[in-house]
Design a protein around this ligand. Structure first.
Ligand code: ZN
Ligand code: ZN
Ligand code: ZN
Ligand code: ZN
Length: 345
């Protein structure tokens, strides 16, 4: 792992975090600050037929090599198969059943298979030891019971640790896993990155996480000063405060970043140009437009709201579907023309 720019520190209210080295130089925008191989990862449902289970590269399903024993693990070629061999050996026997589970249980199952042959990776000194599990909050939930039952029925019995340990590991994987994206920002898998997981959340993050296959890379989005904390956003940055709060509830904290505390921000994000005088009109808390404070315009019609929806969808596509944006010419052109005519800021 590359970590010459940052250090772990203890923050009084957020526990452990990562910051730009106090006695080092500032981190320039664009700098690669962390590079980490996954401790363990898995593909999302629907991806396992078309991607290499080792390097995550997409392939025509016909060209992928299938493991002759489990008939489930698939690889680009013999090189990937060889590279995956050591890891796959412990799970091959149960891999078919494992891959029928939802992705977050696949991940937990893979970790258990791995730890079953490497006992030193369990417990207080293992690579996952420093991660929080939030098990106190999760402990009595029916969700936890159902999920662990499902997992226990679908993995080899001899890999299951005792109940307490299993619950803690479940909490750790749920609260600390990263979504793995391809270069088009499509979600293809999830993985555990114990070092990167030290980073705290802020909706106003100063770095961005990208992937090369399952390898994670974190780059600075802006200049970060010595001693300044490095944050990434666990929530969708384009969402409003309520939506982000919903997304963050599974991590058991309420974000207090400047974006979340700024009561005006959601209105500004949703503000439009007045169709009459082109001044800025902010939305109310129900995302409706009442009156232009500059010229008094109030006639925000159904068509106006429909247009706003189109622009929001367009912005969403630009952020999330660069490939669709580049290839779907008809849609792109329509949206482009409309955005040029837009009232939206
Ligand atoms: Zn491969
Ligand atoms: Zn196999
Ligand atoms: Zn926030
Ligand atoms: Zn106006």
């Amino acid at each position: 792992m590359l970590r010459e720019h940052v250090e772990i520190f203890l923050s009084p209210d957020k526990g452990r975090g990562l910051r730009c080295k106090k006695n080092g130089p500032p981190i320039k925008a664009g700098t690669l600050i962390i590079e980490e191989d996954s401790y363990c990862f898995t593909l999302l449902e629907g991806q396992e037929e078309k991607r290499c289970h080792y390097c995550l590269e997409e392939q025509s399903p016909k060209l992928l090599l299938t493991c002759p024993k489990c008939l489930t693990a698939k690889y680009c070629d013999e090189d990937c198969q060889k590279a995956a061999h050591k890891e796959h050996l412990s799970e091959c026997d149960g891999y078919r059943r494992l891959m029928k589970l939802p992705f977050h249980l696949r991940l937990l199952g893979r970790i258990l298979y791995r730890q079953s042959t490497r006992k030193y990776e369990q417990g207080a000194l293992g690579p996952l030891s420093d991660l929080c599990s939030h098990i106190e909050e999760l402990k009595d939930s029916t969700e936890l019971k159902t999920q662990l039952q499902k997992l226990s029925r679908n993995v080899n019995e001899d890999i299951l640790p005792d109940r307490d340990q299993l619950e803690i590991l479940y909490g750790k994987t749920t609260c600390n896993c990263f979504s793995i994206h391809n270069l088009d920002l499509g979600e293809i898998g999830i993985g555990m990155y114990p070092q990167a997981a030290m980073m705290n959340h802020s909706c106003k993050s100063n770095c961005v996480v990208t992937y090369r296959g399952p390898r994670l890379q974190i780059r600075a989005l802006v200049d970060i000063q010595p001693g300044e904390e490095v944050y990434h956003s666990y929530a969708e940055k384009g969402h409003n405060t309520r939506e982000r709060r919903d997304e963050l509830s599974k991590y058991f904290f309420e974000c207090q970043c400047s974006h979340c505390l700024d009561t005006d921000r959601d209105g500004t994000m949703m503000s439009v140009k007045c169709p009459s005088c082109r001044a800025q009109v902010k939305s109310n808390s129900n995302e409706r437009y009442e009156k232009c404070s500059s010229c008094g315009y109030t006639d925000f019609s159904t068509e106006f709201y429909e247009d706003v929806e189109v622009y929001i969808q367009y912005a969403d596509d630009v952020i999330h579907k660069p490939r669709v944006w580049a290839t779907d010419i008809l849609y792109t052109n329509t949206a482009k023309v409309r955005i040029q005519e837009a009232y939206i800021l």
